[in-house]
Design a protein around this ligand. Sequence first.
Ligand code: ISL
Ligand code: CA
Length: 564
Amino acid sequence: AREPGWWRSAVVYQIYPRSFADSNGDGIGDIPGITAKVDYLASLGVDVVWLSPVYASPQDDNGYDISDYEDIDPTFGSLADLDALIAALHARGMKLVMDLVVNHTSDEHAWFQESRDPASPKRDWYWWRAAREGSEPGAEWAEPTNWASFFSGSAWQLDERSGEYYLHLFSRKQPDLNWENPEVRQAVYAMMNRWVDRGVDGFRMDVINLISKQPGLADGEAAPGRRFAPAFERFANGPRLEEFLQEMNAAVGLDARHLLTVGEMPGSTIELARRVTDPANAELNMVFTFEHVGLDAQPGGTKWDLAPLHLPVLKQNLASWQEGLAGVGWNSLYWDNHDQPRAVSRFGDDSAEFRVVSAKTLATVQHLHQGTPYVYQGEELGMTNTQFVDISSYRDIESVNYHAEAMSLGLEAETVMRSLAARSRDNARTPVQWDDTSHAGFTQGIPWLPVNPNYVYVNAAAAVADEDSTFHHLRRLIALRHELPVVVEGRFALLLPDHEQLWAFTRTLGEQVLLVVANCSSLPATVPAGALPDVTGARLLLSTHPGAASAELAPWESRVHLVG
Ligand code: ISL
Ligand code: CA
């Protein structure tokens, strides 16, 4: 049974099925592979599994290009396999959340195939536009707008069949659905209802703030010498977004059936997120913000333009979301997902000396903010970024396209490879490291993406056997959330906001104060005298090092005290 608001005290574990566990030796993870690991997930203590897409798909963007919402891709298994997974999770008190990718379909979806015919009743289901006025279709500069696709090149593709262009904010094989058309919306809601009837417990909604486009489809401002403009503000967060979300909520019974809903909303402001997650508005439970994963890029640049991350900026950003949503909406908390580099390599220190302890401390900081934490597969093991040295190792469409475009623009090869090493989505997509046997126990065949060579010591079997591992640290954090209401409901306050090494905050509920102090650096740090609440007599709930009383914190040391 689903209790109202149950997701506030839940921890979600994200699975990227392709890279989780392969049951049949074809080198690609699959649903039976997941079902074989549900006891592992239960032992970690997570409440919910979110599955990245397993629907029928040509796999141009690893399943985020769906050709049939009603079926499972044979690569991953069958509907019967999914039913078995749902049953296995439910039997252990866990829930299943599915990815919902409805900003776009695959170009191989039957809806789009019909839509290519200008006389079809589905023509208006997608964004078809004539060439720019005065231009021949297919000529240079003839695209209806100068928008860049997220995956390089134009966001418009000419279809020879009608001589018109269709919009694809992602790859050419991901045409955007036209949510202005009510038939599109009803078709999506009907599909969602069928999944809920089948037993799924919620949805993670892919780029949901792109379903309402800004009217007018205005050009963006291209950088000097560039043909296409990243024109996010020209199409995202359109005026009908909240109307569509409310309509969806009512039509599917998202709130009435106590489903978990989380909207992926790049470019969402705190103000928008507060409205969307305010239960009174009946839209979504929570959203994924992107602000904190953009702080290590150059302002005004793209994710590939690397810049150093400053701890005060990061912790103040999270604090502003804590304060902005407090008492009204609800935060989601994440470092990692299938689109981001590995947290320990990005925010921690993945050297042999500090990998484990920095992964633990990052988890402590994340899980003890207010909101619902998301754990990405392998994060519980402190898995690190890839060690690819050659472009031919990369598989992600975004990385491969970026490399080609950057090289054609004359960027230095070394700079491009450095950006890929730091930012490629493939960092998160190498197979989960289960043990120290060949291919880390992920497959009996050849993995679709090479296993990180550090699997010989970074693997689940080793972590589960070691009480001091990241796995057990995370398990304790999850248990704390389930035991202590202050972890779920406590009011957040940031301490020492400008400290360059220490991340310290309190959570307060009634008489209870949870104090978190973490050294987020690879050098020792000293707590300034009198800067933190007195912890004499307080209970030490969790720490990374023995002897947690001194004012000196070792590199990446963290402590959690409960006062009162
Ligand atoms: O990955 C990103 C950073 O480079 C984002 O631009 C990302 O594409 C964006 O957050 C949307 O992501 C989601 O939709 C995409 C899909 O490729 C991603 O995997 C998914 O999480 C298109 O469906
Ligand atoms: Ca397989």
